[in-house]
Ligand binder design. Structure first.
Ligand code: G3P
Ligand code: CA
Length: 230
Protein backbone atom coordinates (compact mmCIF):
# COMPACT_ATOMS: atom_id res chain seq x y z
CA UNK A 1 0.00 0.00 0.00
CA UNK A 2 1.03 3.60 -0.38
CA UNK A 3 3.25 4.59 -3.30
CA UNK A 4 5.95 1.99 -2.74
CA UNK A 5 4.92 -0.75 -5.11
CA UNK A 6 4.13 -1.13 -8.78
CA UNK A 7 0.86 -1.24 -10.70
CA UNK A 8 -0.57 1.30 -8.25
CA UNK A 9 -4.30 1.99 -8.16
CA UNK A 10 -5.06 5.47 -6.85
CA UNK A 11 -8.65 6.49 -6.14
CA UNK A 12 -9.27 9.71 -8.08
CA UNK A 13 -10.96 12.34 -5.87
CA UNK A 14 -11.69 9.34 -3.65
CA UNK A 15 -13.77 7.11 -5.88
CA UNK A 16 -15.43 9.78 -8.01
CA UNK A 17 -17.36 7.30 -10.16
CA UNK A 18 -18.82 5.52 -7.14
CA UNK A 19 -19.44 8.24 -4.53
CA UNK A 20 -19.54 12.05 -4.46
CA UNK A 21 -16.04 13.29 -5.30
CA UNK A 22 -13.71 14.51 -2.55
CA UNK A 23 -16.01 13.35 0.25
CA UNK A 24 -15.29 11.13 3.23
CA UNK A 25 -17.71 8.53 1.83
CA UNK A 26 -15.68 8.43 -1.37
CA UNK A 27 -12.34 8.13 0.41
CA UNK A 28 -13.67 5.37 2.67
CA UNK A 29 -15.16 3.58 -0.33
CA UNK A 30 -11.83 3.66 -2.16
CA UNK A 31 -9.99 2.37 0.91
CA UNK A 32 -12.51 -0.44 1.38
CA UNK A 33 -11.93 -1.47 -2.24
CA UNK A 34 -8.22 -1.83 -1.54
CA UNK A 35 -6.62 1.11 -3.35
CA UNK A 36 -2.96 1.82 -2.72
CA UNK A 37 -3.70 5.53 -2.29
CA UNK A 38 -6.31 8.21 -2.81
CA UNK A 39 -5.98 11.50 -4.64
CA UNK A 40 -7.69 14.69 -3.47
CA UNK A 41 -7.74 18.40 -4.31
CA UNK A 42 -7.18 21.22 -1.82
CA UNK A 43 -7.84 24.96 -1.59
CA UNK A 44 -6.97 27.26 1.31
CA UNK A 45 -9.87 28.96 3.08
CA UNK A 46 -9.66 30.93 6.35
CA UNK A 47 -6.37 29.23 7.23
CA UNK A 48 -7.65 25.69 6.63
CA UNK A 49 -7.23 23.27 3.75
CA UNK A 50 -10.59 22.29 2.31
CA UNK A 51 -10.92 19.29 0.02
CA UNK A 52 -12.72 20.42 -3.12
CA UNK A 53 -11.73 20.41 -6.78
CA UNK A 54 -13.19 23.60 -8.25
CA UNK A 55 -12.68 27.21 -7.19
CA UNK A 56 -16.44 27.61 -7.47
CA UNK A 57 -19.13 25.81 -5.49
CA UNK A 58 -21.77 25.13 -8.12
CA UNK A 59 -20.73 21.77 -9.56
CA UNK A 60 -20.07 19.77 -6.40
CA UNK A 61 -21.98 21.47 -3.57
CA UNK A 62 -25.37 22.96 -2.77
CA UNK A 63 -23.76 26.42 -2.83
CA UNK A 64 -23.08 28.87 -5.62
CA UNK A 65 -20.33 31.22 -6.72
CA UNK A 66 -16.63 31.50 -5.88
CA UNK A 67 -15.25 29.39 -3.05
CA UNK A 68 -13.27 32.37 -1.78
CA UNK A 69 -16.47 34.39 -1.32
CA UNK A 70 -17.46 31.97 1.49
CA UNK A 71 -16.32 31.75 5.06
CA UNK A 72 -15.10 28.37 6.22
CA UNK A 73 -18.12 28.17 8.53
CA UNK A 74 -20.55 28.83 5.66
CA UNK A 75 -18.78 26.35 3.38
CA UNK A 76 -19.08 23.65 6.00
CA UNK A 77 -22.87 24.10 6.07
CA UNK A 78 -23.18 23.13 2.39
CA UNK A 79 -24.02 19.69 1.04
CA UNK A 80 -21.13 18.17 -0.92
CA UNK A 81 -23.19 15.11 -1.90
CA UNK A 82 -25.29 12.66 0.07
CA UNK A 83 -25.57 15.10 2.95
CA UNK A 84 -21.82 15.24 3.47
CA UNK A 85 -19.73 18.31 4.20
CA UNK A 86 -16.72 19.53 2.27
CA UNK A 87 -14.01 17.83 4.31
CA UNK A 88 -10.90 19.32 5.84
CA UNK A 89 -7.67 17.58 4.90
CA UNK A 90 -7.22 16.45 8.51
CA UNK A 91 -10.63 14.75 8.43
CA UNK A 92 -9.58 12.71 5.40
CA UNK A 93 -6.45 11.56 7.20
CA UNK A 94 -8.53 10.56 10.22
CA UNK A 95 -10.96 8.62 8.02
CA UNK A 96 -8.29 6.54 6.28
CA UNK A 97 -6.14 3.67 7.55
CA UNK A 98 -2.52 4.78 7.76
CA UNK A 99 -1.45 2.27 5.11
CA UNK A 100 -3.49 4.12 2.46
CA UNK A 101 -1.30 6.71 0.73
CA UNK A 102 -2.59 10.20 0.06
CA UNK A 103 -1.84 12.37 -2.97
CA UNK A 104 -2.60 16.00 -2.13
CA UNK A 105 -3.10 18.06 -5.28
CA UNK A 106 -2.52 21.77 -4.62
CA UNK A 107 -5.20 23.62 -6.57
CA UNK A 108 -4.45 27.18 -5.50
CA UNK A 109 -1.90 29.58 -4.11
CA UNK A 110 -1.35 29.51 -0.36
CA UNK A 111 -1.92 25.75 -0.10
CA UNK A 112 1.69 24.53 0.12
CA UNK A 113 2.47 26.21 3.44
CA UNK A 114 -0.65 24.65 4.99
CA UNK A 115 -0.30 21.23 3.37
CA UNK A 116 3.34 20.50 4.15
CA UNK A 117 3.10 20.54 8.00
CA UNK A 118 -0.01 18.35 7.87
CA UNK A 119 1.67 15.97 5.44
CA UNK A 120 4.82 15.79 7.55
CA UNK A 121 2.74 14.91 10.63
CA UNK A 122 1.13 12.05 8.68
CA UNK A 123 4.53 10.90 7.40
CA UNK A 124 5.63 10.66 11.03
CA UNK A 125 2.67 8.32 11.64
CA UNK A 126 3.80 6.10 8.77
CA UNK A 127 1.53 7.26 5.96
CA UNK A 128 2.94 7.69 2.45
CA UNK A 129 2.34 11.21 1.09
CA UNK A 130 2.65 12.67 -2.40
CA UNK A 131 2.12 16.35 -3.16
CA UNK A 132 1.34 17.31 -6.77
CA UNK A 133 0.25 20.38 -8.71
CA UNK A 134 -0.11 21.87 -12.16
CA UNK A 135 1.08 25.09 -10.50
CA UNK A 136 4.83 24.57 -10.54
CA UNK A 137 5.54 27.63 -8.39
CA UNK A 138 3.24 26.45 -5.61
CA UNK A 139 4.68 22.95 -5.93
CA UNK A 140 8.17 24.45 -5.63
CA UNK A 141 7.16 25.96 -2.28
CA UNK A 142 6.03 22.52 -1.10
CA UNK A 143 9.28 20.94 -2.25
CA UNK A 144 11.32 23.61 -0.45
CA UNK A 145 9.32 23.32 2.78
CA UNK A 146 9.05 19.53 2.91
CA UNK A 147 11.47 16.85 4.05
CA UNK A 148 13.06 14.43 1.59
CA UNK A 149 10.48 11.82 2.64
CA UNK A 150 7.69 13.91 1.16
CA UNK A 151 7.12 12.83 -2.44
CA UNK A 152 6.65 15.54 -5.07
CA UNK A 153 5.05 15.31 -8.52
CA UNK A 154 4.54 17.94 -11.22
CA UNK A 155 1.30 17.44 -13.13
CA UNK A 156 1.29 17.78 -16.91
CA UNK A 157 -1.77 17.75 -19.16
CA UNK A 158 0.60 18.14 -22.12
CA UNK A 159 4.28 17.34 -21.94
CA UNK A 160 6.27 20.60 -21.91
CA UNK A 161 9.66 21.08 -23.55
CA UNK A 162 11.42 21.43 -20.18
CA UNK A 163 9.56 18.65 -18.34
CA UNK A 164 12.68 16.76 -17.26
CA UNK A 165 14.35 19.93 -16.03
CA UNK A 166 11.23 20.82 -14.04
CA UNK A 167 11.16 17.36 -12.46
CA UNK A 168 14.86 17.53 -11.57
CA UNK A 169 14.61 20.98 -10.00
CA UNK A 170 11.63 19.88 -7.90
CA UNK A 171 13.44 16.68 -6.82
CA UNK A 172 10.30 14.96 -8.12
CA UNK A 173 9.46 11.38 -7.21
CA UNK A 174 7.11 11.07 -10.20
CA UNK A 175 5.70 12.93 -13.16
CA UNK A 176 1.93 12.72 -13.23
CA UNK A 177 0.61 12.72 -16.78
CA UNK A 178 -2.75 12.96 -18.49
CA UNK A 179 -3.77 9.98 -20.58
CA UNK A 180 -3.32 12.18 -23.64
CA UNK A 181 0.29 13.01 -22.72
CA UNK A 182 1.26 9.49 -21.65
CA UNK A 183 3.18 7.74 -24.42
CA UNK A 184 5.32 4.61 -24.33
CA UNK A 185 8.36 6.75 -25.17
CA UNK A 186 7.74 9.27 -22.37
CA UNK A 187 7.01 6.62 -19.73
CA UNK A 188 10.16 4.74 -20.78
CA UNK A 189 12.28 7.87 -20.65
CA UNK A 190 10.96 8.68 -17.17
CA UNK A 191 11.97 5.21 -16.01
CA UNK A 192 15.46 5.67 -17.43
CA UNK A 193 15.73 8.87 -15.41
CA UNK A 194 14.62 7.14 -12.21
CA UNK A 195 11.22 8.84 -12.21
CA UNK A 196 7.90 7.16 -11.56
CA UNK A 197 4.89 7.87 -13.76
CA UNK A 198 1.27 8.11 -12.58
CA UNK A 199 -1.41 8.52 -15.24
CA UNK A 200 -4.86 10.16 -14.94
CA UNK A 201 -7.72 9.30 -15.39
CA UNK A 202 -7.94 5.62 -16.30
CA UNK A 203 -11.30 3.94 -15.93
CA UNK A 204 -10.92 0.70 -17.86
CA UNK A 205 -8.66 -2.29 -17.42
CA UNK A 206 -7.29 -2.58 -20.99
CA UNK A 207 -5.97 0.98 -20.84
CA UNK A 208 -4.51 0.44 -17.38
CA UNK A 209 -2.86 -2.80 -18.51
CA UNK A 210 -1.34 -1.07 -21.56
CA UNK A 211 0.11 1.74 -19.46
CA UNK A 212 1.55 -0.67 -16.90
CA UNK A 213 3.07 -2.74 -19.73
CA UNK A 214 4.75 0.46 -20.95
CA UNK A 215 6.26 0.85 -17.50
CA UNK A 216 3.87 3.29 -15.80
CA UNK A 217 3.99 3.07 -12.00
CA UNK A 218 0.24 3.43 -11.56
CA UNK A 219 -3.01 5.07 -12.52
CA UNK A 220 -5.65 7.33 -11.05
CA UNK A 221 -9.15 5.96 -11.43
CA UNK A 222 -12.72 7.05 -10.66
CA UNK A 223 -13.64 3.34 -10.46
CA UNK A 224 -11.25 1.48 -8.15
CA UNK A 225 -13.62 -1.50 -8.30
CA UNK A 226 -12.65 -2.01 -11.95
CA UNK A 227 -8.88 -1.95 -11.42
CA UNK A 228 -8.04 -3.28 -7.97
CA UNK A 229 -7.01 -6.91 -8.17
CA UNK A 230 -7.45 -9.33 -5.32
O1 G3P B 1 -3.92 14.38 -10.11
C1 G3P B 1 -4.49 13.88 -11.27
C2 G3P B 1 -5.76 14.61 -11.64
O2 G3P B 1 -6.57 14.70 -10.51
C3 G3P B 1 -5.49 15.98 -12.18
O3 G3P B 1 -6.62 16.55 -12.78
O4 G3P B 1 -8.60 18.00 -12.89
O5 G3P B 1 -8.82 15.74 -11.96
O6 G3P B 1 -7.64 17.51 -10.69
P1 G3P B 1 -7.96 16.96 -12.04
CA1 CA C 1 -7.00 16.25 -8.84
Amino acid sequence: MGFGGSNLVIGHRGAAGLAPENTLDGFRRAAALGVDAVELDVHALDGALVVIHDDTLDRTTSGQGPLQAQSLTALRCLDAGGGQRVPLLEEVFSALPVNVGVNIELKARGTAELAVPLAEAELALGRDLLISSFDLEELGHAAALGSSALKIAPLFGRWPGKGWQVARELRAWSVNLSLRAASKRLIGEAGERGLNTLIYTVNDRPTADRLIAWGATGVFTDYPDRLVTA
